[in-house]
Structure formats: C-alpha cells, structure tokens
Design a binder for this molecule. Sequence first.
Ligand SMILES: NC(=O)c1ccc[n+]([C@@H]2O[C@H](COP(=O)([O-])OP(=O)(O)OC[C@H]3O[C@@H](n4cnc5c(N)ncnc54)[C@H](O)[C@@H]3O)[C@@H](O)[C@H]2O)c1
Length: 301
Amino acid sequence: MGTYLEGKSIVVTGAGRGIGRAVALACAAEGASVVVADYGVGMAGEEPTSEVADAAVKEIEAAGGTAVAVADTVTTMEGGERIVRTAIEQFGRLDGVVCVAGILKERMLFNMSEDEWDSVVETHLKGTFTLFRHASAAMRRQQSGSLIGFTSGAFSGSVAQANYSAAKGGIVSLVRSAALGLHRYGVTANCIAPIARTRMSANVPQELAEMGDAEDVAPIVVYLLSDRARHITGQIYTAVGGKIAVWNQPREVRAMYKDGRWTPEEIEARLGSTVGQEEMPFLAELEARRAAAASGEKPNA
Ligand SMILES: NC(=O)c1ccc[n+]([C@@H]2O[C@H](COP(=O)([O-])OP(=O)(O)OC[C@H]3O[C@@H](n4cnc5c(N)ncnc54)[C@H](O)[C@@H]3O)[C@@H](O)[C@H]2O)c1
C-alpha cells in the first residue's frame, strides 16, 4: 500500500467499471478511503444493478484498502447528495470527487431522439453537477478539496455524438466555473480527457489512433487529488497510455474594429483578410477518413 493519498476521503462515480474502477483502485492503493459510486448500468444506461459497485469494493478490500459502495444514480440531486453524504458519514470528510460515470448513445444529429439527447446530457453533465454541487458546499466549509470532471476529446466536436460532445463541452465549462468560483476556498477543479480500452471505447466505430489501458489514466487523477497538486486548477489533461497532454485555454485570437456598428457588407469585405477563421483540424481528418472508407480501409480517428 502506498501513502500518496493517505487519510483522504475520495468519491469516484462510475467506479465499478473501466476507467472509474481503475481510478478507485489506484486511490485506495495509495491509502485513500473510497466511495465507489456506480449505478451498474449497461452501455446505454439500462438495467441498473448494485453488483457492479459491490464487486469493485470487494476488489479494493481484498487488496487491503478501504471502500464503500453506493449503487445510486448520479442523475438526480438526491443521488448526488447521498453519494457525497456517504463519504462524509463513513470517512468523516471529503477531499476529492472524481466524476467518471457515463453512457453513450450514438446517433447522427438529424436522427437523434429527445431521449437520446436528454439521457446522455443528464448522465454526464448533470451527473457531474449533482456531485460538484453537494461536494463543493462541503469543501467550501472544509476550505480544501479537489473536483475532477471527465471530458473527452469529443468535446471539440463529434460526427455522430452531438449529445455526448455537448455534454463533455458542458463539463469543461462547469469545471472552469468551479475552478474560478472555488479558488478562494482552496478547492481546485480540473478535467481529464482520457482514452482507454473499455467497453465504451470498444463501441466507437472508428479505430482510435491513440490507445491505452484504464490503469494508465489513474496516476494523473491520483496526482491531482494529492496535496502536491493544490496549485493546479482549471486545466484539461489528456491521458492515454504513456502520454499526458495539457489543452489550451479558450481565448480570442484576432479582432477587427470600427467606430460604430459593422454592416454585413463591410464584414464580408474585411473578415477574410483580418479576423478570418480558425482551422478546424477535425474537418480535414474527416475528409481523410471518408476517402479511406471509400477505398475500403477501416478509418482511423
Ligand atoms: N474509454 C475511453 O476511451 C473514453 C474516451 C473519452 C472519454 N471517456 C469518458 O471516461 C469515462 C469512463 O468511461 P469508460 O470507458 O470507463 O466507461 P464504462 O462504460 O466502462 O464505465 C462507465 C461506468 O459508469 C457507470 N454509470 C453509467 N451511468 C451512471 C449513472 N447514472 N450513475 C452512476 N454510474 C453510472 C456505469 O455503470 C459504468 O460502470 C466516461 O465519462 C467517458 O465518457 C472515455
């Protein structure tokens, strides 16, 4: 057993499977007491069972760690509150919340149903809010804590996952807002954009150019939860295999001005040569993939 997170009380949602499970095991292996929160649902959020969270807790205990299971959904305020309360009641405090729970329902935007939109946004975005909301109140009182959201490279756009992409973009903005709003209380908020072999990534139609294991994602999460990372907030880190990368912060890159209001004609005449537009690298990749698919190859992402 390590001591990197000794004495800490950490909540991990989606901790029964995939990346969440790896994060929960790694936190416990570093001495944290862990709330394993997992609704135990199928890929699309169906058929909940408490067996999934219970199994991860048994694994942690078998390895000599401390954990408690909560087989609740993150999609309700009550669920989020119960998960947070469990950490405080069982372990006396709350040092970190890692929101990993997620589902996937792929569909082209023009075919997407209201339920496909709502359920995905509810699980990822609201499911991060319900935890952050209750955790941040406790952390504010405590004057310390780490909030970690799970986004995806897909937050910058996705062909057949407008629901997922929008939810993941929302998580980035939620994390940034948490970082700003809680800075004065000693609470940090960061995002992980992982890629790892799990049942979720196995379901994505393209072959992913970068790949790794769920266990490769855990160390950066453990670091961000530790006392050594109190100075890091408002960041997005990609974690895949042996690669860790930081994303840029959104900002304006070019501007044009006039005294007073622009007309559409003036914009037409000036925009291209001044402000222009920023490259959308994914569009070029998409064209390459389409060409590869047309020639019968399995496309890369
Ligand atoms: N695997 C990848 O390559 C990849 C890439 C980008 C982003 N992500 C993100 O990482 C996270 C983990 O993904 P994964 O691949 O480990 O997925 P996974 O399907 O293996 O695990 C997700 C877990 O979340 C749980 N869950 C789903 N809905 C829930 C709810 N309402 N309440 C509580 N628990 C719920 C499920 O029961 C499951 O155990 C997700 O947020 C996913 O979007 C994964």
